[in-house]
Write a protein that binds this ligand. Structure first.
Ligand SMILES: *[C@@H]1O[C@H](CO)[C@@H](O)[C@H](O)[C@H]1NC(C)=O
Ligand SMILES: *[C@@H]1O[C@H](CO)[C@@H](O)[C@H](O)[C@H]1NC(C)=O
Ligand SMILES: *[C@@H]1O[C@H](CO)[C@@H](O)[C@H](O)[C@H]1NC(C)=O
Ligand SMILES: *[C@@H]1O[C@H](CO)[C@@H](O)[C@H](O)[C@H]1NC(C)=O
Ligand SMILES: *[C@@H]1O[C@H](CO)[C@@H](O)[C@H](O)[C@H]1NC(C)=O
Length: 771
């Protein structure tokens, strides 16, 4: 499954990411191999002096309680570079260092110290005044064809490089990232050149992004050190991807799958600009010729002709338009002035307007990305690179950042789609990320004056990457969770989803995300999944997603019509989702659900310890009738109970076909006597699930996560879902209310501390209806 997976673990649902050596996870309830158990090693990143004691307690608790074997991996390191940790005895500014003290190695989520010492998080991490100097390039009339006179002109003009060393010394985040980038550049240095791999319909996109990732790191280190071993190593790779040993002579960068050509072009542009002073004229002439031949000329033909590979330029929102226009723009800006063919000039007259008309409308009016929470990364990286390159090279973004006034909300989408253990990873997960990150959050933080985006992103592992060094404003202070709403509802008819949690900083927090929305209009990256939800608690995911199928599967993307082959693959069909299935039939692609919701409006404070009041709650209800063929009414509601410690999921169904309630879990499921309770065990934790007021015949059962034998077979075999159990309630056609209560077994809470909610019809749900 090379087209989907592995670089960032939380995208790799098809990959065997966790070593199987951990005996505590070897047991399997379904008898299947369980390759996906988390191993709970923590990677520590920078240990602020003031937090060492707390950290020791946190780690002691986590590692101890989960009996992880691999605490030798929790290597203390100075690489995080907290100023407090690297030997300074704590000037007031830097003393707090980086907030997150470690990274959970499975999902790479930040681990925050548990402390009420809020002073740690309210003091600026650097002297506030010490942010970037002003750019002296301020053209009176910005013109996309007029570039700044000096190099580099892309992302990081020389004035930024000049200030960078001093900033790195002052800011613990930048110091850590710089160290990591140097380490990564060194690791890439000794790797052999990238091996050409044509991955079916996914083309050579992995090759292109890996190339870009290497180029960025080497170019960054070169510019800081001016050591030519980096430019020389980069040159080997630059020649390699243009050479005989890399793919066919014609269409070497696979313009036929234009993302590939666009990413190669972007990387060439970055190299051209950042190595401009060290590459000879001959080298640069060669680079321009390759770039134009394999990237820019085919790119221009998209606008001047009608090649089939140019479909992404007409009436298509989503990541393709952003990545393709972004790559062409970055590369064109890089060679503008040196290019005597006019190609760069012609492209720049087209890409910006095209991206404004297409890429920019990938964000709905609530901030949600049109495809999936994973595809957000690709689209926003393309958009942010394009915006940043235009800004630094020409002095204007030409409206790309604000032509869609709601684009600025997209950082909220990203933040709320993140639960304590991982992303609400509905739909397709996309290809490997390599050079793609969430670091657009830094650029957007500054451009949209939303510092929370930067405060959130700076704690994330993928912040350690060259763009962060220039997009991050180290003058940003505070903590992203300070004043942040625990709940957020996204109401655009296309996406309709909810995010509710008990804390932003507790890795064990309760988190529920649920969606309705349309089953169409997501660039065929969606599933038939109105009503689908994920549930995190106690540091693990109890209800989860199966992720992408194999992108190379026959007709996986060819259509989203009701009878499309895509909907015969288990991971895409309604059966493979955590929702209601009726008559064993897929949901209607024309679904147009409605939603209703409310929240106590609870916000976190400046502390990482949040005592949630008993009456703090949130609920979300959807009428999903239109998603079903054999039902006159289907409503689903979910709410948090008991100070956000329990969850009630309620379905009210009037169906003419048989009803199934389905939920996919990695837990080992034990069904209680009578069948109305189930005990889920996962990662050393327990979740009790029970059917309240159980209708006649309502009992839990389980099955493997695979198609019914009676389903029409997909063109090629489904991927296996090892270790996944489907928890099911099967009922005949009829009118039924199902109330399923989730009680995570929190330490310190015993039977009497859990509430049994009253039975309230969904139409009557309100904030106080279950007190
Ligand atoms: C960046 O990191 C490298 C590797 O750790 C280090 O040698 C260099 O001094 C750092 N740069 C600055 C400006 O601190
Ligand atoms: C970059 O370095 C960090 C820290 O050593 C490491 O965790 C990460 O995997 C490296 N990234 C890549 C893409 O090699
Ligand atoms: C099972 O665990 C894997 C790896 O952590 C995860 O990607 C997947 O979403 C989980 N599946 C379910 C159904 O929770
Ligand atoms: C259930 O699905 C089958 C097969 O598609 C169909 O023939 C039948 O009419 C459906 N039943 C109801 C009650 O809608
Ligand atoms: C909703 O609540 C009202 C007032 O409490 C009650 O009269 C009504 O029967 C309830 N509706 C349903 C459908 O239960």
């Amino acid at each position: 499954m090379a087209s989907n997976g592995g670089n960032y673990p939380y995208h790799g649902s098809d990959h065997d990411l966790a070593p199987k050596e951990s005996p505590s996870y070897a047991q399997g309830g379904t008898g299947a191999a369980r390759p996906r158990r988390r191993i709970n090693k923590l990677i520590m990143i920078g240990v602020p002096v003031l937090l060492v004691v707390i950290l020791a307690a946190v780690l002691g608790g986590v590692l101890g309680s989960r009996a992880a074997k691999k605490n030798s991996d929790a290597s203390s390191s100075s690489s995080g570079g907290a100023s407090g940790g690297s030997g300074s005895n704590g000037g007031s500014a830097g003393a707090a260092g980086r907030f997150a003290v470690a990274t959970d190695s499975e999902f790479m989520v930040p681990v925050y110290p548990s402390t009420t010492n809020t002073a740690l998080f309210t003091t600026p991490t650097v002297v506030a005044a010490n942010s970037w100097p002003t750019d002296s390039f301020k053209p009176a009339t910005p013109d996309v064809l007029t570039t700044r006179p000096d190099r580099p002109r892309l992302f990081a003009p020389q004035y930024k490089w000049d200030s960078l060393p001093a900033m790195i010394q002052k800011d613990p985040y930048m110091k850590g990232w710089n160290d990591t980038i140097f380490g990564n550049a060194t690791a890439y240095y000794s790797l052999p050149p990238i091996v050409y791999f044509m991955d079916g319909d996914s083309g050579i996109l992995d090759n292109a992004r890996e190339f870009k990732q290497r180029i960025k790191a080497w170019a960054y280190v070169y510019r800081l050190t001016k050591d030519t071993r980096w430019s020389e190593r980069a040159w080997v790779e630059i020649q390699h991807v243009a050479g005989d040993s890399f793919g066919p002579t014609a269409d070497k960068w696979n313009a036929a799958h234009f993302l590939d050509a666009a990413e190669f072009s972007a990387a060439y542009g970055i190299a051209y600009d950042w190595f401009y002073d060290v590459f000879t004229d001959d080298q640069k002439t060669q680079m321009r010729a390759t770039l134009i031949l394999y990237g820019l000329q085919p790119g221009l033909s998209v606008f001047t002709g009608t090649p089939t590979f140019g479909w992404w330029a007409t009436d298509v929102n989503g990541n393709w338009n952003c990545v393709c226009n972004g790559g062409l723009t970055v590369a064109s800006l890089a060679i503008l002035g040196d290019d005597t063919t006019g190609t760069a000039t012609s492209l720049l007259g087209r890409t910006v307007d095209n991206a404004k008309a297409n890429c920019a409308i990938s964000v709905s009016d609530d901030g949600t990305w049109s495809e999936t929470a994973n595809y957000w990364y690709f689209g926003t990286t393309g958009h942010a690179e394009m915006s940043s390159a235009l800004l630094t090279a020409t002095g204007s973004h030409y409206g790309l950042l604000d032509v869609n006034p709601n684009f600025q909300l997209t950082g909220l989408f990203h933040m709320y789609a993140y639960g304590p253990t991982s992303l609400f990873n509905y739909g397709d997960h996309g290809p490997n990320k390599f050079s793609t990150t969430a670091n657009c959050m830094f650029l957007y933080a500054d451009q949209y004056n939303r510092p929370n985006y930067a405060l959130f992103q700076r704690e994330q592992f993928d912040a350690a990457e060259p763009w962060s060094m220039f997009w991050y404003n180290p003058g940003t202070s505070g903590a992203f969770w300070d004043g942040a709403d625990l709940d957020f509802f996204f109401d655009n008819v296309n996406d309709q989803w909810a995010s509710m949690r008990s804390s932003w900083t507790d890795g064990n927090a309760l988190y529920v995300a649920i969606k309705a929305g349309q089953n169409r209009n997501h660039q065929t990256h969606n599933d038939l999944d109105a009503g689908d939800f994920v549930l995190d608690a106690l540091g693990t995911r109890w209800a989860g997603e199966l992720g992408s199928g194999d992108y190379r599967s026959t007709n996986y993307f060819s259509s989203g019509d009701q009878d499309a082959d895509r909907w015969k693959y288990y991971r895409k069909m309604t059966e493979g989702q955590n929702t209601i299935l009726i008559n064993q039939t897929n949901q209607n692609i024309l679904a147009a659900p409605t939603v209703r919701h409310d929240s106590s409006g609870t916000k976190q404070g400046s502390s990482t310890v949040l005592e949630v009041a008993k009456d703090s709650t949130a609920f979300w209800v959807s009428d999903m009738t239109s998603a079903y063929f054999s039902a006159t009414s289907v409503k689903r509601g979910i709410r948090l109970l008991n100070g956000r410690k329990q969850v009630l999921l309620q379905d009210e169904i009037d169906a003419t076909g048989a009803i199934q309630w389905r939920m996919h879990t990695n837990a080992t499921v034990t069904i209680g006597e009578g069948g109305t309770t189930a005990s889920l065990a996962l990662d050393g934790q327990t979740m009790q699930v029970s059917i309240l007021n159980a209708p006649t015949g309502a009992q839990f059962s389980t099955s493997e996560a695979k198609r019914f034998d009676t389903d029409p077979a997909p063109p090629v075999a489904d991927q296996e879902n090892p270790g996944v159990t489907v928890l099911i309630i099967s009922l005949p056609a009829g009118t039924v209310t199902l109330q399923v209560l989730f009680n995570p077994q929190w330490s310190g809470m015993s039977g009497g501390d859990f509430v049994t909610p009253p039975s309230v019809t969904l139409d009557n749900w309100s904030l106080r209806s279950h007190d």
